[in-house]
Design a protein. Structure first.
Length: 375
């Protein structure tokens, strides 16, 4: 087997390989170099080395269901094709009965994770969520409730007239078990104003995530890439996530479970109507996975999100640092309304095949990365 150094063609990467082998943390400038180099396979080799050290050939997936309880949204993110303003014929808000009826459908049999992110709808307040979570957990105690981006949580707490702390306590008592990583977009303040005018800023996202961690609620984290951002914005974003995870770990909390790079889907949204933004390419997508694995040394899992980069490329991502293919998903909407060409869901056997054909070990997990042994 070739040594790590032998797989690197850009000599500027060799000091980074030394650091990777010594388990040393990479710097901001190292991050810039990981984006600047044309030696993608060298970057990938370093990321794969770290992946093998952390997880061996284990690759996780979950039987999950995406669902959005409302698409009504008073925030205006230019990259989003999912939002609907009140009065729009597409606008909807689901009742607890609607959601339970949906989950009872045969295609959702065996689902272990309900992942819900939605719009910011001023009609939904704490009573709605308490009722929703309690009823779902009563009917499906085995389904893990993973709900709210950090920005949604902040919004629904405010319009409920509660502190985020009090809102969280009540949601957790009703059954909330973890939070997805969305809503982070890009932290750089000026750029954030360009792609999602008026959305709560990075500090709100980070403070809310820190609060979740302190309450023992694990969360995920994401970055939206492939729009107007440059390499330094991405490195800044990743290092802010790493710094928060350091704080959560220092305080004894699990913090972020997984990081998911989200490839910008460039159709049917205002950002693409007003700017020329090309679809992300395979090398961009693989590099995002690899750079994350190398910079985020304290976040255990990196997902290759097949919904946004295609199942085939996500499979290749397993050799560029990813150890998780997310899940069956079943009925994805947010990316598909913005032009995603992937299927809206995959069967369990499709995920297993993608993982095993790439030479990895497929492990079905729950939301906290406990592994199910096949019956
Ligand atoms: O919050 C919206 C982003 C997020 C677009 O935590 C877009 O396990 C690309 O958060 N192009 C929802 N992205 C998806 C998400 C997620 C996905 C997979 C796993 C996990 C997890 C979380 O998608 C939104 C927003 O940040 N988004 N529009 C778009 N046009």
């Amino acid at each position: 087997m070739l040594s790590l150094h032998a797989r690197i063609r850009d000599p500027r990467l060799l000091p980074l390989a030394d650091k990777v082998l010594a388990g040393e943390r990479l710097s901001f400038d190292d991050g810039l170099l990981l984006y600047a180099t044309a030696d993608l396979t060298g970057v990938g080799a370093m990321a794969h080395h770290v992946r093998l050290q952390k997880h061996g050939r284990a690759t996780y997936y979950v039987k999950s269901r995406r669902l959005s309880y409302t698409n009504v949204c008073y925030t205006h993110c230019q990259f989003c094709a999912f939002q609907a303003k009140p009065g729009d014929p597409r606008a909807y808000a689901l009742s607890a009965e609607d959601i339970i009826r949906e989950l009872e459908k045969p295609e959702n049999t065996g689902v272990r994770e309900l992942h819900m992110t939605s719009g910011h709808n001023p009609k939904l307040k704490i009573d709605y969520f308490e009722d929703l979570f309690t009823r779902i957990k009563m009917r499906f105690p085995e389904i893990h409730l993973k709900v709210f981006t950090m920005i949604e949580m902040d919004y629904y707490a405010r319009i409920s007239g509660l502190s985020t702390d009090a809102f969280l306590d009540r949601c957790m008592a009703a059954g909330l078990e973890s939070c997805p990583g969305g809503g982070a977009e890009i932290f750089d303040e000026a750029l954030r104003e360009q792609i999602c005018i008026g959305k709560k800023d990075a500090q709100v996202w980070l403070d809310t995530a820190a609060l979740c961690h302190r309450k023992g609620l694990p969360t995920n984290c994401t970055m939206l890439y492939g729009h107007l951002e440059e390499a330094h914005h991405r490195v800044d974003h990743l290092l802010r996530l790493r710094a928060l995870q350091d704080q959560s770990h220092a305080a004894g909390f699990q913090g972020f479970l997984a990081y998911i790079p989200l490839a910008y889907q460039n159709e049917e949204n205002e950002l693409s109507a007003t700017h020329v933004i090309h679809e992300t390419t395979g090398t961009q997508d693989l590099r995002e996975i690899a750079v994350a694995r190398l910079l985020l040394d304290n976040i255990p899992h990196v997902k290759a999100y097949w919904v946004m980069i295609s199942p085939g490329l996500a499979q290749a991502g397993l050799s560029y640092g990813a150890d998780d293919l997310d899940g069956t998903v079943i009925a994805e909407e947010i990316a598909h309304l913005a032009g995603a060409k992937s299927p809206q869901g995959l069967r369990q056997r499709d995920l297993v095949r993608l993982i095993e054909e790439a030479g990895f070990q497929a492990l079905e997990r729950d939301n906290l990365y406990n592994v199910y042994t096949p019956a």
